[in-house]
Write a protein that binds this ligand. Structure first.
Ligand code: PEP
Length: 250
């Protein structure tokens, strides 16, 4: 099953408006046909970065959202406002949000429903800690996260779903999963997806995330169940991110 490779840059709490706009200006003519690309700036940079990306094949995503549309929810940003700013994607359940901001499978599920209702493309992050992997919990954790995120959502509504498998021990550490570890986890996640959403599982893109760099991207992206990458640190430098995007071209 041919799935269009998808490379997304998660800028986290980095890059000013001017820096983000400049990076996108430089990226615009470096996206090869047949590769989907998005950058995910801070909320305050969404609109200017989306404006800078307009008319190009660089997409724009938020790094999180709230599940309520509008109302008295100080400090929150909903899919409605994310779409209004010109973004098309939303990252959900990143391990940093699970670790530092009490994100749970249940809140990811609520956010996922809101993102889908707005017609935005969700990138749902899952992944195990080192303790969980070493304790033999890898498969149980991934299964719980997949089932929890998708709970109560009919397969027909999940056509655009993207999953990012990000082993927590590989994020920002320089410790990348081996290609075999990545492929095994992705194949397991796809099998779990199949149990929940049936044949749609073959169309869901599963990105790998965790210390993806220009020098390891090609090998990781060459694995049969690795359909792209969610890139943190290396997405902050145009040359590095563009090299990863180029590596996704078959
Ligand atoms: C991430 O934040 O999703 C990530 C994968 O970070 P890094 O590439 O820096 O490990």
């Amino acid at each position: 099953m041919a799935r269009i490779p998808f490379i997304a840059g998660n800028w986290k709490l980095n890059l000013s408006v001017a820096e983000g706009v400049a990076l996108v200006q430089g990226l615009k003519d470096k996206v090869p046909a047949g590769v989907e690309v998005a950058v995910c700036p801070t909320f305050v940079a969404l609109y200017p970065v989306a404006q800078a990306a307009k008319g190009s094949s660089v997409g724009v995503g938020a790094q999180d959202c709230y599940w309520k549309e509008t109302g008295a929810f100080t400090g929150e940003v909903s899919p409605t406002f994310i779409a209004d700013a010109g973004a098309q994607y939303v990252v959900l359940g990143h391990s940093e949000r699970r670790q530092f901001f009490n994100e749970t499978d249940q809140t990811v599920n609520q956010k996922l429903k809101a993102v889908l209702a707005k017609g935005l493309v969700p990138i749902v992050c899952i992944g195990e800690t080192l303790t969980e992997r070493e304790g033999g919990q890898l498969e149980a954790v991934l299964k719980r996260q997949v089932v929890g995120a998708l709970d109560g959502i009919p397969a027909a509504q999940l056509e655009t779903l993207v999953i990012a498998y990000e082993p927590v021990w590989a994020i920002g550490t320089g410790k990348v999963a081996t290609t075999q570890q990545a492929q095994d986890a992705h194949a397991f996640v796809r099998a779990q997806l199949r149990a929940v959403v049936g044949e749609l599982a073959d169309r869901v893109r599963i990105q790998y995330g965790g210390s993806v760099k220009p020098d390891n991207a090609k090998e990781l992206l060459g694995q049969p169940d690795v359909d792209g990458a969610l890139v943190g640190g290396a997405s902050l430098k145009l040359a590095d991110f563009a090299a990863i995007v180029a590596a996704a071209k078959a």
